[in-house]
Design a protein around this ligand. Structure first.
Ligand SMILES: [Zn+2]
Ligand SMILES: [Zn+2]
Length: 218
């Protein structure tokens, strides 16, 4: 199969690799869509710890094409996405319920092969079935959307809230939409690109600003 491999920091190549072997509790997923995250750029530049050679890509969706012998609750043909962060379940952080802070965290697309490939081995405990009719592109947005949803929850955005979102990339634009769904009535997005400011206004920002203008605080 074809895969985009991060061979080393600064070196990324599209090449043929072996199909992944799936374990007893894993799904073989044929990738339909995979997002490019800011983290992937950090991996390429050596700004985020990872273990190359590895196939990046942690925002993916695809179809289950084979299942390991211990898998239950998934069927061949299911459209799935995945939580890329595999917690150990044994460390003090995991026992405290803070699985995102697991001391032995292994992430799909960072420490083990991810979705910049035709196929991915996905542990069943990391997999989520998507509605069969969901656009695979939207399925690939589940992981960044989950991060934004957590941020909106932490920020306590409620009906009537005023919100400022700094940055108009994928995360910023998703946050604008979630803030609107949470009932915020003033949503200001700050980003340099005019096209992203226009998109943010289409998506629910009540005002956008260019942070390079001198009157930002006003
Ligand atoms: Zn990401
Ligand atoms: Zn742990």
């Amino acid at each position: 199969m074809k895969a985009v491999r991060l061979e080393a920091v600064g070196g990324i190549t599209l090449r043929d690799v072996d199909m992944p072997d799936i374990g007893a509790d894993e799904l073989l997923v044929r990738i339909e869509a995979c997002g490019v995250c800011g983290t992937d750029r950090h991996l390429f530049h050596g700004e985020f710890p990872c273990t190359p050679p590895v196939t990046p890509g942690h925002e993916f969706s695809g179809l289950v094409e084979a299942i390991g012998k211990s898998v239950s609750g998934f069927a061949i043909g299911d459209r799935v996405t995945g939580d890329p962060n595999i917690a150990c379940g044994r460390c003090a952080r995991c026992h405290a319920g803070q699985v995102n802070l697991c001391s032995n965290l292994r992430a799909i697309g960072i420490h083990r092969d991810g979705g910049f490939a035709e196929y991915l081995a996905l542990p069943q405990k990391q997999a989520f079935v998507l509605p069969a009719g969901l656009d695979p592109m939207h399925g690939a947005f589940c992981e960044p959307l989950g991060c934004c949803l957590h941020g909106v929850d932490l920020a306590g955005i409620k009906p009537g809230s005023s919100v400022v979102v700094l940055g108009g990339g994928v995360i910023g634009l998703l946050t604008v939409q979630l803030a609107r769904l949470a009932g915020a009535t003033t949503i200001i997005l700050s980003t340099r690109q005019a096209s992203r400011r226009a998109l943010a206004e289409d998506l629910g920002a009540t005002m956008t600003i260019d942070p390079t203008t001198p009157d930002v605080i006003d």
